[in-house]
Design a protein around this ligand. Structure first.
Ligand SMILES: Nc1nc2c(ncn2[C@@H]2O[C@H](COP(=O)(O)OP(=O)(O)O)[C@@H](O)[C@H]2O)c(=O)[nH]1
Ligand SMILES: [Mg+2]
Length: 245
């Protein structure tokens, strides 16, 4: 199975790739690690495939006088053009799980070509799932819970593979507050006014009709909590039976 870790800068993708990979290895699985971030300086895991042999943002900034954003965009284009090298490597690898750590900025991977180009190829090789990671520190009110649901839906629409949503860094927030958020979305929306509220209320109904709130797993990549729940959801979401309830 191929698992892609996607999310906003600093949400904990790299940390989760390491801790989830080690968790899987501890259960006897063979795991391979892929670094797709051309901007990372130090990796906590040993990447068997590392795109920095193709390009790094640091060298692009130096050679072309680009800023960090311009260098990231150009680097992603370089990687996309050479994506067959990664796809062939995955095809040859005989691991149980290939974990793919994606570039820092979610929009770079999901909204531009790199992510969809990669997933359209790898899903032909094996089951592929994306984990959309949100940072618990950004989840300050119930409406942000709706935002996570919507963002994970956008990721699923773009990448066209099943997506599991995870709230990382649960060690930094009050867990009972976290679990009560989905139940309070409508209540909190009612405090606002206008057409936007009506639209958001309807979206809540639609999203909860198709997706149980419990499908968002809360975990800590650093403290290694919730990894078993993440694993269960990944297996469920990739199940051909399609029963996500
Ligand atoms: N407290 C806490 N910090 C975390 C957790 N996961 C990641 N971090 C920290 O968040 C920062 C960004 O993590 P990183 O994995 O590099 O994020 P990435 O940009 O999404 O790859 C680092 O300082 C991590 O140590 C977590 O579960 N709890
Ligand atoms: Mg990272």
């Amino acid at each position: 199975m191929i698992i892609l870790f996607v999310g906003t800068a600093g949400c904990g993708k790299t940390t989760l790739v390491k801790s989830f990979g080690e968790w899987l290895e501890g259960r006897g699985f063979q795991v391979l690690y892929v670094n797709l971030d051309p901007g990372v300086e130090v990796l906590p895991y040993r990447a068997s495939f590392d795109v920095r042999y193709m390009v790094t943002t640091r060298e692009l900034m130096k050679a072309l006088g680009l800023g960090p954003n311009g260098a990231m965009i150009l680097a992603a284009q370089v990687i996309e053009k050479r994506i067959d090298e990664l796809v062939r490597w995955i095809n040859r690898s005989r691991a149980d799980y290939v974990l793919i750590d994606t570039p820092g900025q979610v929009e770079l991977f999901v909204l531009r070509g790199l992510g969809p180009t990669l997933t359209s190829s790898v899903k032909k090789l094996d089951r592929a799932v994306a984990v959309y990671i949100a940072d618990a520190e950004t989840l300050v009110s119930p409406s942000e819970y709706l935002i996570i649901e919507l963002l994970s839906l956008i990721v699923e629409l773009r990448l066209d593979v099943p997506v599991v949503a995870a709230v990382n860094k649960e060690d930094l927030v009050n867990s009972s507050k976290l679990s009560s958020l989905p139940l309070k979305i409508k209540e909190s929306l009612r405090e606002r006014e206008g057409l936007l509220v009506e639209l958001a209320m309807d979206l809540v109904d639609v999203i909860f009709k198709y997706e149980k709130p419990s499908r968002i797993v809360s975990l800590s990549a650093l403290k290694r909590t919730g990894l078993d729940r993440l694993y269960d959801l990944i297996l469920e979401s990739s199940c051909v039976c399609g029963d996500l309830t």
